[in-house]
Ligand binder design. Structure first.
Ligand code: 6GU
Length: 240
């Protein structure tokens, strides 16, 4: 899986994803992170990539050309290597809110391009020319698209075969079947007067599975009833 990130801050992406599980996945060749500096594609002096907005208003707007040319360079490389034109995700609070189902859909792609904006945004013409998907990570404002791109790349990467050591751990967790994960315990059996639920010590796998399912359901009803109502169901199911 190849991630290409168009950004003014490539070191932020490299540092952020170069650590921990994604860092190991890069070293093992399971994912590739190609952070492309948009500034390398300006033809203006002093690496200028932004300008005042037409019509006035606060802040600066990223110019169309360096964004367009940096995308074209990535597209050219992908096509030259014999792969198809990639989806291009623009990280923006004006996009569809990212969820596990979208992570699963994006994980099927061989290449994904993330376009990270800064300042007051990007010239609309560049977006019109290159973007296929507008995606947000939630209803709040951030200073740039790098953190959202890293959030999405992290959640997509852990769905790539081999990235997680335990193959099962990507299945039985929060949001699989629209349920939150059940509580987990490890040694010791008692801590500060609090005991591990007896069923988990019983060795009866059927009873353990049943208990975990009930805890998942209880937790989802308490904390995220919206998931059960299925406003955005990952898998349509009926709970009674
Ligand atoms: Cl995806 N991008 C930016 N720039 N800001 C955001 C966001 C994304 N999601 C919430 N705020």
């Amino acid at each position: 899986m190849n991630f290409h990130i168009l950004t003014l801050f490539p070191e932020m992406i490299e540092q952020g994803l170069g650590t921990s599980i994604t860092g190991r996945a890069i070293k093992n060749g399971l994912i590739d992170v190609n952070a492309v500096n948009i500034r390398d594609y300006t033809k203006e002096r002093h690496g200028k990539v932004d300008d005042y907005p037409y019509g006035g208003g606060a802040g600066m707007v990223m110019q169309a050309e360096p964004v367009y040319l940096s995308y074209k360079a990535v597209e050219e490389q992908i096509l030259a290597e014999g792969r198809k034109k990639p989806r291009v995700i623009y990280t923006t609070p004006q996009g569809k809110v990212f969820n596990q189902r979208m992570a699963e859909e994006f994980a099927k792609e061989e290449d994904l391009v993330f376009l990270c904006g800064h300042y007051e945004g990007i010239d609309e013409r560049a977006l019109e020319l290159v973007v296929t998907d507008n995606v947000s990570i939630g209803d709040y404002v951030l200073t740039g698209g790098e953190l959202p791109a890293m959030v999405m790349i992290d959640s997509i990467s852990r769905l790539v075969d081999g990235v997680l050591h335990n193959d099962d751990s990507a299945k039985y967790e929060s949001f699989a079947n629209n349920l939150l994960e059940y509580p987990q315990y490890t040694r010791p059996e008692e801590y500060m007067g609090l005991s591990v639920p007896k069923v988990l010590l019983s060795g009866d796998h059927k009873k353990v599975d049943q208990w975990r399912y009930e805890e998942s359901l209880k937790r989802t009803k308490e904390r995220r009833p919206d998931l059960l109502l299925g406003s955005d169901p990952i898998e349509t199911s009926n709970f009674s």
